[in-house]
Ligand binder design. Structure first.
Ligand SMILES: [Zn+2]
Length: 430
C-alpha cells in the first residue's frame, strides 16, 4: 500500500530580488540608481516525497538491476559496504520470509543507498513477480518484509470488426490473447466461432490491471456486445450476491447448464478413480470417467449444447463421441452400440440423442462411460461444481436492469472506426 504524503519542506523561503529603479530627477539632484531589496510574497515550497516499496526514497541514491546468473546476495551487497556478518544474518533470517538463496536470474532488484561519506546500502528490494516484492532492511536493525504493489484497475473499451477471426480482430485493436480467450469463453454457448462472418462486430468493456502504469493483464469483462449475422448478443457481468455471473439483456444466464446425467441408468457401476483395477485389462489403470450401467440401446444424450468434435471407433473406446461445449468444457461418450444420426462437426443441443448404450471397445457389460474435461483435463463430473443456469428474478432482476441501462450507454459510446469511416466517406462526396 503506497502512502502519498505531501510534505511541506523548508517552511517559508523568502526570496530576495534586486530591483533597479530610476529615481525621477528632482531639481538639481542627479538621477540616482539605487538597488532595493524587496521581500517577495512568502511561498511555501512543496516537495512531494517519492515512495518506492513503501519507503521514502528522496534521501537515497537508487540502483536498479536484474539478478545475474550465479550472482549471490553477498556479491550484490559487499560493494555497498554491508558487512559479511550482516549478510550472514540476513541469509539466516530471510528463510522465514523469502530466502535470498531463492533469487532467480533475470528478476529485478533495487538497492537504496547513501552515498556519503561512503556507499552504504540501506535497503535491498527483490521482486519475485511484477506484483510482489521483498524488502530487506539493512539500515539499523535487520528487517525483512514482503510487500505487494498496488494494482490499479482501469476500465477499457474496444470495438472491432471481424475480418479473419476474433483473435485477429482483438489483437489488431491492441488486445491480448487473454482477452481473446475471455471473449471466446463468454460467448462459448451462444456463438460458434467457426460461423463468424466478415462484418460481424463486437464491443467490449473490460478491466485492465496496471502496476506503475504498465498493464500486467486483464481483469474481468464488464460488458460486451457481439453482433453476429446482424443479431446482437449482449453480455453483462453482474453479481447478485451469489458470485459473478454473465447475463443477457433480460437477465438469462449466458452459461448453459449440463444435464445432471447424460443417460437414464440403473446404477453407477464405476466412478472416476485415478487408480482403479481394470476388470478387462486386469491391472491398475486410472478410470477417468463415470460408468453408468444401462440396458442395451438406452438413448445417450448430449450433456449440453456443443459441437461434435470427434465421432469414431477405437479399440478402447469402442464407438464414441466427443463434444466440445465451450472453451472450458468437453464431454466424451464411450462404448456405444450405435450412433444416432449425427455427424462430426455438427452442433448439438443439450438433451439431443447422439447414440445408444452398448459395450463396444473395452467393456464387460452394457454401460455408458462418460468422460468430462475441464480446460483439457479430465475431472470427476459428479464432483464438479458446474455453471448455474438461473435467470435473475424479482429484486435482483430490478437491480440488474439498472446495470443494463448504464452498460448500454457505455457500449453505445464506444466509437467504431468503421462507422466513422463510413460517415467521412459520405461527407467527402462532393
Ligand atoms: Zn468408464
Amino acid at each position: 500500500m503506497s502512502k502519498r504524503l505531501v510534505g511541506i519542506v523548508g517552511g517559508v523561503i523568502v526570496a530576495t530580488a534586486t530591483i533597479l529603479y530610476l529615481a525621477l530627477p528632482t531639481g538639481d539632484d542627479l538621477p540616482e540608481i539605487q538597488p532595493v531589496e524587496v521581500a517577495v510574497e512568502q511561498v511555501p515550497e512543496i516537495i512531494e516525497p517519492e515512495y518506492r516499496f513503501g519507503i521514502e526514497v528522496n534521501d537515497f541514491e537508487i540502483l536498479e538491476g536484474k539478478i545475474k546468473r550465479n550472482q549471490t546476495f553477498a556479491d550484490l551487497l559487499l560493494p555497498y559496504n554491508v558487512s559479511r556478518q550482516d549478510i550472514y544474518a540476513i541469509d539466516r533470517q530471510s528463510k522465514a520470509v523469502f530466502s535470498v538463496r531463492n533469487f532467480v536470474p533475470g528478476r529485478k532488484y533495487t538497492i537504496l543507498y547513501e552515498d556519503q561519506p561512503e556507499k552504504k546500502a540501506a535497503y535491498f528490494i527483490y521482486e519475485p513477480t511484477p506484483m510482489d516484492y521483498v524488502v530487506y532492511q539493512l539500515k539499523g536493525s535487520i528487517d525483512i518484509t514482503m510487500g505487494e504493489r498496488e494494482v490499479e484497475i482501469v476500465e477499457k473499451t474496444m470495438a472491432g470488426r471481424i475480418q479473419i477471426s476474433l483473435d485477429h480482430s482483438i489483437k489488431q485493436e491492441g488486445g491480448s490473447s487473454a482477452l481473446v480467450s475471455a471473449m471466446a469463453d463468454l460467448y462459448g454457448w451462444q456463438i460458434d466461432p467457426r460461423t463468424l462472418q466478415k462484418g460481424d462486430w463486437f464491443k467490449i468493456i473490460y478491466e485492465d490491471r496496471l502496476i506503475n502504469g504498465e498493464s500486467i493483464g486483464i481483469g474481468k469483462i464488464i460488458g460486451a456486445e457481439f453482433n453476429h449475422m446482424k443479431n446482437s448478443y449482449m453480455a453483462y457481468a453482474h453479481d447478485d450476491g451469489t458470485g459473478l455471473n454473465y447475463y443477457d439483456e433480460v437477465g438469462e444466464s449466458m452459461q448453459k447448464a449440463f444435464m445432471r446425467y447424460p443417460v437414464e441408468f440403473s446404477r453407477i457401476s464405476s466412478r472416476y478413480n485415478p487408480a482403479r483395477f481394470h476388470p478387462v485389462l486386469k491391472r491398475r489403470t486410472a478410470h477417468l470417467g463415470t460408468d453408468f450401467a444401462a440396458g442395451k440401446g438406452t438413448p445417450i444424450k448430449a450433456a449440453s449444447d456443443g459441437i461434435i468434435v470427434n465421432k469414431g471407433y477405437t479399440k478402447g473406446n469402442g464407438n464414441y463421441i466427443k463434444i466440445k461445449h465451450n472453451g472450458t468444457y468437453t464431454t466424451g461418450y464411450l462404448h456405444m452400440s450405435k450412433f444416432a444420426r449425427v455427424k462430426q462437426g455438427q452442433r448439438v443441443k443439450k438433451g439431443q440423442i447422439i447414440g445408444y448404450v452398448g459395450k463396444t471397445g473395452l467393456a464387460t457389460g452394457y454401460h455408458l462411460c462418460f468422460r468430462f474435461w475441464k480446460r483439457g483435463k479430465q475431472v470427476d463430473f459428479l464432483k464438479e461444481k458446474l455453471p448455474a443456469e438461473k435467470p435473475l428474478k424479482g429484486e435482483p432482476l430490478l437491480k440488474f436492469e439498472a446495470v443494463v441501462q448504464l452498460m448500454d450507454k457505455k457500449l453505445d459510446d464506444i466509437p467504431t472506426a468503421w462507422a466513422n469511416k463510413d460517415i467521412s466517406a459520405l461527407a467527402d462526396k462532393p
